[in-house]
Write a protein that binds this ligand. Structure first.
Ligand SMILES: [Zn+2]
Length: 281
């Protein structure tokens, strides 16, 4: 009998592998932040308040995603792969080429989505929850409104299905993206290694500039993984105007940065949520 794909089994083990990688990476980065803090030495990270919000959002996001899109990106890729659907299989691309191109296209898609989140006022209402964090550490990587998480997952699944990206490439990309986000939000001092590494991937110094209160800096360095897209599009910014030690993190309307978890969840749907979107439109 021919072997049949087992999406349920594969997605369950994918969940386990990703979960272990994620928690392992998360714990390692928390330890590394204590060992070599970049700003935490001089600026209070206000962990108790921020972590309650950021980790609370992470739990809500995970539950919402599991409820609404239980199969997620790898599950969608597996079911399409079994039927040979999408542009790559139709072109007859070898699996390795489809995997490499698929990985790059997925990263470009997430970069483009991030740009849209800043430039489309309705999307900015959701994404500003992430930018209202008043300090930066690895938990900021988990601070997203659940509606943004759902939009992002839907967009990724659409790209995977249209192109027919191999499930293995999607699995590697998903793991790389979540580890990269934890890494580049970390309050981690990489010393002289940060700048050369940022020529390839988004580093803590590179991504911190994106969380500056200076609007031209907020609207730069959109990369979560490969910095190539920012370099090609002219949205790269190599240094914050106020310097890494003295720059201010967050948005200018900092009051919202102190908002409770329920207030943040309803913020995009309140009138006040759109106030600062005008300057990004
Ligand atoms: Zn952003």
């Amino acid at each position: 009998m021919p072997a049949t794909p087992d999406p349920a089994g594969i997605t369950a083990s994918e969940g386990l592998v990703r979960g272990l990688l994620f928690f392992g990476g998360f714990l390692l980065l928390i330890l590394a932040e204590r060992w070599r803090p970049r700003r935490g030495r001089h600026h209070p990270l206000d962990r108790r308040r921020r972590w309650t919000t950021n980790l609370g959002l992470a739990v809500i996001d995970t539950l919402v995603l599991r409820l609404v899109l239980p199969a997620a990106a790898v599950g969608a890729a597996l079911s399409f792969e079994a039927h040979g659907l999408g542009v790559f299989p139709m072109l007859g691309l070898p699996l390795w080429a489809a995997g490499v191109i698929g990985f790059l296209v997925l990263d470009l898609s997430i970069w483009a989505q991030h740009v849209a989140m800043h430039r489309v006022p309705l999307l900015w209402r959701l994404h500003r929850i992430h930018h209202l964090d008043t300090a930066l550490d690895t938990t900021t990587a988990l601070r997203f409104h659940p509606a943004e998480i759902l939009l992002s997952a839907g967009w990724k699944i659409l790209v995977i299905l249209m192109l027919g990206i191999p499930a293995a490439a999607v699995l590697v990309f998903e793991a790389a993206l979540s580890l990269a986000a934890l890494f580049n939000h970390a309050d981690l001092d990489l010393g002289r290694a940060d700048r050369p590494l940022s020529r390839l991937i988004a580093t803590p110094d590179w991504h911190r500039i994106h969380h500056s209160t200076v609007p031209t800096e907020t609207n730069s360095n959109y990369a979560f993984l490969l910095t190539l897209w920012d370099r090609l599009s002219g949205t790269a910014c190599l240094a914050p105007s106020a310097g890494h030690d003295t720059m201010t993190i967050g948005l200018q309307d900092e009051l919202d940065g102190q908002a409770s978890l329920p207030a943040l969840l309803t913020l995009p749907f309140r009138r006040k949520g759109s106030e600062s979107s005008d300057r990004f439109a």
